[in-house]
Design a protein around this ligand. Structure first.
Ligand code: FES
Ligand SMILES: [Fe+2]
Length: 324
């Protein structure tokens, strides 16, 4: 848990955060976030130093957050500036303060690191490029550890069983050989598989004339819980997925899945959103049933075969970086 505090994690979709306080939770730490007058994200520990009340139930006034219980006020750095019950409300004891955390806005998400972060966020040029359209899906709140939710997103052996007709063909369950590379905190692999045709309800994949019938996917897992996935069919059309899981606490996580595409710009966002809602719904009951609810990072735990090389590498890289 401690090492995870040194990583950036998502805590909300950026569009959802306004100048009103909003609650979130990261690694068991309650957070309150809002936008200051300049639109910048501010994040404090969501527990008043006086009686532990959630500041997120209060309001933001003149750039300060006001506790809903006795009206103590805090500035954007978490210093208490006023205690209305005092004869001299401005004479605040110095230890009246709450923790303040670093935050940034990137790829349509708000990210927080509770301690000095070890790694930068991945660059995703397509997300900044007007030739690509980004759709937000979810968020997907599950009752399991973020590691299980992330690992599910990296796994393609389950497609034929959990997503028949949508992502996989029950008649073609074989995983063709592939290789995985670990580069420090990044695990890379790519995979080509027979293309699954669009269904009538979810025409989310490109229908352009294709050079081949393979759907090629390049994956990069950025430890601990971020995955960037590039899909193409051998021509210019492409999809880029950013999936990242927020480690709320050991039994809860929230998945954010953003999908960029450079074709079918006219398609309403609802098509992709409904498609992912269906896919994540199929995965959820499976993943929430897994025991233990956190990925066991020990190489001896669970049974791995050759086609599980991604899971084995994810676990190894996690151990090597001391994140297990
Ligand atoms: S609990 Fe916040 S002011 Fe008393
Ligand atoms: Fe799945």
């Amino acid at each position: 848990m401690r090492t995870l505090r040194h990583c950036w994690h998502p805590v909300a979709y950026a569009h959802a955060i306004t100048d009103a306080p909003c609650a979130s939770m990261l690694l068991g730490e309650p957070l309150v976030l809002w936008r200051d007058a300049n639109g910048r994200i501010r994040v404090l520990r969501d527990a008043c130093v006086h009686r532990g009340t959630a500041l997120s139930l209060g309001r933001v006034e003149a750039g300060e957050i006001v506790c809903p219980y006795h009206g103590w006020r805090y500035d954007t750095e978490g210093r208490c500036t006023r205690i209305p019950q005092l004869q001299e409300p401005g004479r605040v004891p110095p230890k009246a303060r709450v923790d303040c955390f670093r935050a940034q806005e990137k790829h349509g998400l708000i990210w927080v690191a509770l301690e000095e972060p070890r790694w930068e966020l991945p660059q995703i040029p397509e997300f900044e490029d007007p030739k690509w359209k980004v759709v937000r899906t979810g968020p997907f709140a599950w009752n399991c550890d973020a590691s299980r939710q992330l690992e599910n997103f990296t796994d393609f052996g389950h497609f034929a069983f959990v997503h028949p007709g949508l992502l996989g063909d029950p008649a073609k369950p074989v995983v063709v050989p592939y290789t995985v590379e670990i580069e420090g905190p990044v695990v890379r692999y790519s995979y080509g598989r027979p293309d699954q045709k669009n269904t009538d309800s979810f025409p989310v994949f490109t229908e352009a004339e294709r050079k081949d019938e393979l759907r090629r996917t390049r994956y990069a897992i950025h430890l601990p819980f971020t995955l960037v996935e590039h899909i193409d069919w051998g021509d210019a059309d492409g999809l880029v997925y950013l999936f990242v899981s927020q480690p709320v606490d050991e039994d809860h996580c929230i998945g954010y899945c953003l999908v960029a595409r450079n074709y079918n710009f006219d398609q309403p966002d609802a098509v992709m959103q409904e498609f992912e809602r269906t896919i994540f719904g199929q995965d959820q009951r499976i993943v929430e049933s897994q025991r233990p609810s956190i990925v066991p990072f020990d190489a001896q735990a669970e049974m791995h075969l050759k086609f599980d090389a991604v899971a084995m590498s994810y676990r190894r890289a996690t151990r090597e970086q001391g994140l297990d």
